[in-house]
Write a protein that binds this ligand. Structure first.
Ligand code: UD1
Ligand code: MG
Length: 467
């Protein structure tokens, strides 16, 4: 891949950057829509910066040892740059930091003696002590800062993982530390730890709300561990890490917009605006990465991107108070994780790579397998494997004469899809999985806002309760 941008690319990126910079210069005027437009403009700048830097820094990353071989290609002698998600993460963090003053512009003017108060004559004592800082929404700022700390932490972890290839058992729980700032802010700012019980359960429990207390924080911390890891293990074919993340981010943003277009200011408007401020730049940098990572990949995203993406989702959902909605959007990832459990927890051998196998003759992907030649699964596990095979949830190849298991397909949704659909081209598989993610996500949102009314008294979008 040439590390230089082509002329049309340079022109398009320059035009986009100029347009975004102009819009940005004109929006430093207020909260609400002004900040949203600024966020959009910064996202455009983030796209342009990531796009150019992914291209320029590719050779530098390869030289630094951050490189990988594309395992599903015929001529894969060339190394591709790995860990390019680190560029996106850094550009993203810069954007979010530059963005901080925009949503607070009015508050800053109000809380300090600048702006509107300039013509008021004040004595020195008043200026020192009387700054209206108590009017400044400190908890809102705390949310921003906690979000930034969490994302920085997860980025460091991701880069460390890409550099040193940390074993997954060791790195699995580290995102829990990144969750602490989020949970502290949640505790101070919101603190709701009760869940609404479905109507059919209410007569038995005798109340509408069930307070989970400490368990609610444990649930959110677990979610912080789960989300980044779940994106990372639904990986291995060109483009799939980024395309699933883009779909989830778009659906979350769509859900946010639903709250913004309600006719009256909704109690949840602020938290959904907050969510949009973090999702739009994420989409900007992700599109730039996707254009380089889609089939045939010119760069790899690295674990940095997967962890970072997963953390963005869980962060906006915790601080935006809609973590249950995110669960509905992560159904394919949850399925992939649960399906992977036998291999992740060592019940069945787990090779270093479980990505689909590239058949060089046909040029198509087939399920990759774990071989059982010299040893056999324990009787109970063998029964389960055979049961899964009969349910078409696994491919098991047996020796016709002895009945010994020779190989079983690896436990990932990508391999399972190939078991169902037969061999597929890599780009075709990526599109089908992405389409499935869109369909399941839209269904999830439908369940969230419409079907939930069957088991809950109200949908907060219609009613106006913030929980
Ligand atoms: C996770 C998966 C592993 C899968 C890998 C692929 C688990 C427990 N781990 O491991 O099974 O094989 O992701 O990303 O499920 N690669 C390609 N084509 C692609 C993407 C990646 O060939 O489209 C290869 C490249 O050699 C790349 C490497 O995979 O360098 C990246 O693997 P890495 O992200 O380090 O693997 P893990 O996240 O540890
Ligand atoms: Mg990975």
């Amino acid at each position: 891949m040439s590390s230089q941008l082509s002329r049309p690319e340079s022109l398009a990126l320059a035009a986009l950057s100029l347009a975004c910079a102009t819009i940005l210069a004109n929006t430093f005027s207020g909260e609400g829509a002004g900040a949203l437009i600024a966020s959009l403009a910064l996202s455009g700048l983030g796209f342009a910066a990531s796009y150019a830097m992914i291209r320029w820094l590719g050779p530098t990353f390869i030289k630094a040892g951050l490189r990988g071989r594309d395992m599903a290609k015929l001529n894969n002698k060339d190394m591709l740059p790995e860990c390019m998600g680190a560029i996106c993460a850094v550009v993203y963090l810069l954007i979010i930091i530059v963005f901080i003053p925009f949503p607070f512009y009015k508050d800053i003017v109000l809380a300090t003696s600048g702006g509107g108060n300039r013509d008021v004559v004040m004595n020195l004592d008043y200026v020192q002590k009387g700054r209206l800082l108590h009017k400044f929404p400190h908890t809102k700022l705390a949310s921003y800062l906690a979000a930034i700390i969490s994302l920085q932490f997860i980025t460091i972890l991701g880069i460390g993982d890409d550099l040193f290839d940390i074993r997954w058992r060791h790195k699995f729980f580290i995102p829990a530390f990144a969750s602490i700032p989020l949970l502290v802010v949640y505790f101070i700012d919101f603190g709701v730890t009760s869940i609404v019980l479905p109507t059919f359960l209410q007569p038995y429990v005798g109340r509408e709300l069930l307070d989970l207390g400490f368990l609610y924080y444990a649930y959110m911390a677990a979610f912080c561990i789960f989300s980044p890891n779940s994106i990372n293990i639904l990986a291995g074919i060109n483009g799939i890490e980024v395309s699933q993340s883009i779909v989830i981010a778009l659906l979350l943003a769509f859900n946010d917009v639903l709250y913004l277009i309600t006719p009256y200011p909704h109690p949840a408007t602020d938290s959904h605006l907050f969510s949009l401020y973090f999702l739009l730049p994420f989409l900007g940098v992700s599109f730039a990465l996707w254009m380089h990572n889609k089939y045939p990949a010119r760069v790899f995203v690295g674990d940095t991107y997967c962890y970072f993406a997963g953390m963005v989702f869980v962060m906006v959902s915790i601080l935006g108070h809609f973590s249950k909605t995110l669960i509905l959007l992560l159904i394919p990832q949850i399925f992939n994780f649960l399906y992977s459990v036998p291999q992740l927890f060592g019940l069945i051998p787990c090779p270093r790579h479980r990505l689909p196998h590239f058949n060089a003759r046909s040029g198509l992907l087939e399920p990759s397998v774990t071989k059982w030649e010299d040893k056999q699964p324990k009787p109970l596990i063998k029964d389960v494997l055979e049961l899964l095979a009969s349910l078409k949830l696994l491919r098991v190849t047996k020796d016709k004469d002895t009945g010994r298991i020779l190989e079983t397909s690896n436990f990932t949704i990508l391999n399972l899809w190939l078991v169902w659909r037969g061999p597929l081209r890599e780009d075709r598989l990526a599109w089908e999985i992405t389409a499935m993610q869109v369909a399941v996500g839209l269904f999830g949102l439908f369940v969230r806002h419409k079907l939930a009314l069957l088991v809950f008294r109200a949908d907060n979008w219609d009613l106006g309760s913030a929980v």
